[in-house]
Write a protein that binds this ligand. Structure first.
Ligand code: ADP
Length: 249
């Protein structure tokens, strides 16, 4: 009897092990697939400005000396495309760096928000209201939390011409930051995708504003690494509210 029992047990165990193993392999494959997609998307995004720079350099060489218009157009394009590429590379490096930098300290998130908003206000002279209530301590990486605030406020600036309302408060065991604009808004289908790497609702316009489609993915990966999350509520033509939740310390 005991032998039969043992056989049963070991069969169950083997079956369970096989299940776990299959799940692990599927998870690994999915991860690998995601990495592959990321690398191919990143190289595509980098190849575009390089191709543009190359073709303008050729044009400059062929016709730039005799034609001042061609000269100035080519130099401007080469300049703006190299800036774009620099921004893209900086953001790709941030993504990688944030993943390895896990240093944390207790800090007042109100002060982090205040500092970042002040810097942006100074540079862009926009009507930004910032309202804080309660104590809002979190356990996190100051530099990375600044990046979250920066991305959300800069997006509100880029995609609206309206005042921006920012609120910080505590709710149960969470610190909540809301960044609200009254600009163009995002439709429901796009709301599902804006957190994906390199996704931009309007690619052409986003090129003009210097958008890379990496801002929200950077902010989200930081929020997740801090045990938090970011959500969006928006209606086309009415504006958007991005909300960050972080565990309260
Ligand atoms: P980007 O560098 O293009 O701004 P993000 O990842 O920060 O990249 O945002 C992805 C896309 O989400 C943007 O290209 C834009 O289409 C949309 N988006 C983000 N924030 C807003 C906002 N406040 N209002 C309208 N659209 C927004």
């Amino acid at each position: 009897w005991q032998k039969i029992d043992m056989d049963h047990r070991s069969k169950d165990e083997i079956y369970e092990m096989e299940q776990t193993f299959n799940q692990m392999i599927t998870a690994l494959e999915e991860n690998f697939q995601k990495q592959e997609t990321f690398i191919s998307d990143a190289s595509h995004e980098l190849k575009t400005p390089i191709a543009i720079i190359k073709s303008y350099a050729q044009l400059l060489k062929r016709r730039g000396l005799e034609n001042p218009e061609v000269f100035s157009e080519s130099v401007d394009a080469i300049h703006s495309e190299s800036e774009r590429m620099q921004h893209l590379v900086e953001q790709l490096l941030l993504l990688a760096k944030n993943e390895v930098d896990t240093t944390r300290e207790v800090m007042d998130f109100s002060a982090v928000c205040q500092g970042t908003i002040q810097t942006i206000k100074g540079a862009y002279h926009r009507d930004i209201h910032y309202q804080v209530s309660g104590t809002n301590n979190v356990y996190g990486n100051k530099n990375q939390l600044q990046q979250i605030v920066y991305v959300l406020v800069m997006n509100a600036i880029k995609y609206s011409e309206t005042p921006i309302d920012i609120r910080l408060f505590s709710e149960k065991n969470q610190v909540v930051l809301q960044v609200k604009d009254y600009g163009e808004g995002i439709d429901k289908e796009d709301q599902k995708r804006i957190f994906d790497r390199f996704y931009r609702v309007d690619r052409a316009r986003s090129r003009e504003t210097g958008g890379t489609g990496l801002g929200l993915p950077i902010a989200t990966s930081i929020a997740h690494a801090h045990g938090g999350q970011i959500t969006v509520e928006s209606n086309l033509g009415e504006g958007s509210t991005f909300t960050v939740y972080l565990p309260k310390k």
